[in-house]
Design a protein. Structure first.
Lengths: 466, 346
């Protein structure tokens, strides 16, 4: 994918005989600063500076392609140098007539910590191993923190390979650096939980095999608090039957939907080759509709789970500041798409609370996602933490249209959209979030006025209830 | 015996004595070439013709600036500025000043480019070749269309008669203009006895007025870059008969990360082996590769689908990436490598 900046006018700049950037149009100045330059300092874009030096050494006007890059992207330019007068010490004019930005490949790669947060949000565990299958990081579903005991041990010392696939076939796949799919494994110690592992090989920057990254889905119904409800008798008066989404329809729908989204995104990004512009646009619509459906399936699964009277949540010790940073990290790309700035509590701060990590993260992701959806582009979203009377609070404040007082309770009702449609929401997010907050012994409230933005506050008990 | 002739013979004999030490050098180069590239008589003739033409253009322009802009009234400079045959080439020819790697490499590339153009003209008419660029004039991106128009105009200004290899000052790369200007200025000062300062000023003005952006090579490179960036071009695969030679070379260079000079040099090598590797590295489909090879080949060489298909792409990519590294690094690496003497030394 590329970002074109069609230049209606050339980007201009001036460089003196000592290579100092005397003046520059904003685009060039930004690039100069991002490359480590200072205002009035030496031109810091290496290839551009080299072109200026060559032009000055020859005393000639040059016209050449130039590349520059920073942490985010690679830029291709076409640059012309011009001497403005016959004086030898005269400033050299730079005229950039083409400017094309390509996102840096590296920036597409997801930060491993962020990837783990996604896994935890979706109830998956994650294991990272080195090239000899020794565990470097392990975070399994239902466990609040990383398992330090497993680190350094061989994956095969901790887990047994369960048929149909055999031990040897797993090792064969590892030896050939092949992705591993649907590998059933049983933990040798503790509750001997069953997992289904999916893994892909990691290749380092030198092109060498560096280990595997596995995701682990629980395969033993007893270990999954939601799945365990399967054996419990259905409760009447539900939206849909108990087993319909969580255990049957949900997984059955997620897989094909995931494939539709992935393929539509591949097509819209033109990864397989050039495509007519309108077809790429249709594919984008398909991906967007698919994501909406997937969100709806997830929401309905959650709805089904929380409406069971037996629904419980874990009382982990969590840190709301850490949670705020993780949730903001998960939505950073979406916020950047709308030029929305997120103001977060200082990273060094801590605010302990009691609640299930995954569910608390889910609530915050919902609140920040809503804030992004209903805020104007270029605005700011503020996340603040506070503690009061045995409760730890985290608030999300946006600069959107706000919610009239009469609607402030309605928005927490099931399928309530306040007349909005077509924005990707299902009308279940806030309902689920409030139910989850209450299940954790806390609350979710809103403070808003029409036209003045909204503040949603999640309160959780500071300490575990005895 | 005529006294004048007698003096001539004496002078000639003295000159021969001065140069006698280099006879072995020249003969050694002809006997023991260090590359496998064959230089035929036409290439040698073309290179001399081009060099004489380039020196002549620079010389004329300096004299024009000196006499017209700086008001110099020297008779000889006036006559050279008005188109009379220059004499700098004769002075510089044996001075060694033109025998720099930069200049000789440029001569070789221009000569080989001329060879390629002649080969293409055996397969496609001049008219068809010239019309290849017109398909970009309707490009949906106006910047691309303008760049194509710019290249067309630049080409039309510099295209000489069929088979003629003439230098155009506007098309000379700045580094080459610079390399020519100062020796020519010094030669003019010596030939005319005119004080050098004003000639130096004229030379500086020539350099400052040279505009690289108006040259064919840079216009082709910019069009290649824009076409590549636009991603809308139906013919993603460059081809000399669809793009014309200049744009084809620029597109291949752009896609492979090499320079246009390198691409042209590869076509002079036996079996165009390095060109094949470049095509394989950038994944040019087999039928296109065979067709490109046939269009550029000057002998009876044939590239087969099997040979092309069996050329390992990963190794091709690694080689091309190596060739794209800076020349100074490649030279140093070659000097430091143990197989410095190549196959002959083993």
């Amino acid at each position: 994918m590329t970002t074109a900046r069609k230049l209606t006018e050339p980007v201009m700049g001036q460089v003196d005989a000592d290579g100092l950037l005397l003046s520059a149009d904003p685009l060039l100045m930004q690039l100069h600063l991002r490359c480590g330059g200072a205002e009035g300092g030496p031109l810091a874009v290496p290839e551009l500076a080299e072109l200026c030096r060559l032009s000055r050494r020859l005393g000639m006007n040059l016209s050449r392609p130039v590349q520059a890059s920073d942490d985010d992207c690679r830029i291709e330019m076409w640059v012309e140098t011009r001497f403005t007068s016959s004086e030898k010490q005269q400033p050299l004019s730079l005229s950039i007539i083409d400017w094309k930005e390509y996102p840096d490949d590296e920036s597409d790669k997801m930060d491993p910590a962020r990837e783990r947060d996604f896994d935890r949000l979706e109830g998956r565990g994650a294991i990272r191993t080195d090239a000899a299958l020794r565990i470097i990081v392990q975070q399994m579903p239902g466990e609040p923190a990383q398992n330090a005991d497993a680190v350094g041990q061989s994956l095969l010392d901790i887990y047994d390979v369960i048929p149909p696939s055999a031990h040897a076939r797993l090792l064969e796949a590892v030896a050939e650096r092949q992705p591993i799919r649907n590998q059933r494994m049983r933990a040798k110690i503790g509750a001997q939980r069953l997992f289904i592992l999916h893994g892909y090989p990691l290749i380092d920057k030198l092109g060498l095999f560096a280990g595997y990254r596995f995701t682990a889905m629980p395969d033993d119904p007893a270990s999954d608090p939601e799945a365990s409800e399967d054996d419990i008798k259905p409760v009447g008066g539900k939206l849909i039957s108990d087993s319909l989404f969580g255990l049957q329809l949900g997984p059955a729908l997620r897989q094909p939907l995931g494939k539709i989204i992935a393929n539509a995104e591949t097509i819209s990004a033109k990864l397989e080759g050039p495509l007519r512009g309108d077809y790429a646009s249709y594919a984008k619509d398909i991906a967007s509709a698919g994501r909406h459906l997937l969100d709806l399936v997830n929401d309905l699964s959650d709805l089904e789970a929380i409406e069971r009277p037996e629904f419980t949540v874990a009382g982990d010790s969590i840190d709301l500041v850490d949670l705020a940073h993780r949730a903001a990290g998960l939505l950073a790309v979406k916020a950047a798409d709308h030029q929305i700035r997120m103001e977060l509590p200082a990273e060094g701060e801590k605010l302990p609370a009691s609640g299930e990590f995954r569910r608390s993260l889910q609530i915050l992701v919902n609140l920040i996602g809503n804030a992004i959806r209903y805020s104007p582009d270029g605005s700011a979203i503020k996340l603040r933490v506070s503690a009061e009377e045995g409760f730890s609070r985290i608030s999300v404040t946006d600069q959107g249209d706000g919610i009239a007082e009469v609607d402030q309770e309605r928005i927490f009702e099931k399928f309530e959209r306040l007349g909005r449609s077509g924005d990707g929401g299902s009308g279940l997010g806030l309902f689920i979030s409030r139910r989850l907050a209450r299940a954790m012994g806390g609350s979710l409230t809103v403070d808003s006025a029409a036209g003045e933005g909204s503040t949603f506050t999640l309160s959780l008990p500071t300490q575990k209830k005895p | 015996m005529d006294r004048t002739r007698h003096v001539d013979i004496i002078r000639h004999a003295s000159a021969m004595a001065d140069k006698a030490a280099f006879v072995a050098d020249d003969f050694a180069r002809a006997l023991f070439p260090r590359t496998d590239v064959v230089f035929n008589d036409r290439m040698r003739s073309n290179a001399r013709q081009y060099l004489r033409s380039a020196i002549g253009r620079v010389e004329t322009r300096i004299c024009q600036i000196a006499t017209r802009d700086l008001g110099v009234t020297h008779e000889k400079l006036l006559s050279i500025g008005e188109g009379a045959d220059g004499q700098s080439f004769a002075v510089l020819e044996h001075s060694g000043l033109l025998n720099t790697v930069e200049i000789v490499q440029h001569l070789f590339v221009k000569t080989q480019q001329s060879e390629l153009a002649a080969r293409l003209l055996q397969k496609i008419s001049q008219q068809d070749l010239e019309s290849t660029l017109t398909r970009h004039l309707d490009h949906e991106d106006s910047v691309v269309a303008e760049a194509a128009m710019g290249l067309l105009v630049a080409q039309s200004k510099t295209t000489g008669a069929s088979g003629e290899i003439a230098a155009s000052l506007a098309d000379l790369p700045p580094e080459i203009v610079y390399a020519f200007v100062w020796p020519v200025t010094a030669a003019l000062a010596r030939l005319t006895g005119f004080p050098g300062q004003q000639l130096q000023q004229a030379a500086e003005r020539l350099l400052a007025a040279h505009d690289e952006s108006s040259g064919v090579a840079r216009k082709a490179e910019r069009l290649a870059q824009l076409l590549d960036q636009s991603g809308t071009d139906q013919d993603r695969v460059p081809h000399p008969m669809r793009d014309g030679l200049t744009l084809f070379v620029a597109r291949l260079a752009r896609q492979s990360g090499l320079s246009t000079d390198q691409i042209i040099t590869f076509t002079a090598e036996p079996n165009m082996a390095r060109l094949v590797v470049v095509m394989r590295a950038i994944n040019i489909p087999v039928q296109d590769a065979l067709s490109i090879f046939a269009a550029l080949d000057g002998g009876d060489h044939i590239l087969t689908a099997a040979t092309y298909g069996e050329t390992d792409r990963d190794r091709s990519l690694a080689l091309v990436s190596r060739w794209a590294s800076p020349n100074a690094y490649q030279n140093a690496e070659r000097i430091l490598s143990s197989d410095l003497l190549g196959d002959q030394g083993k």
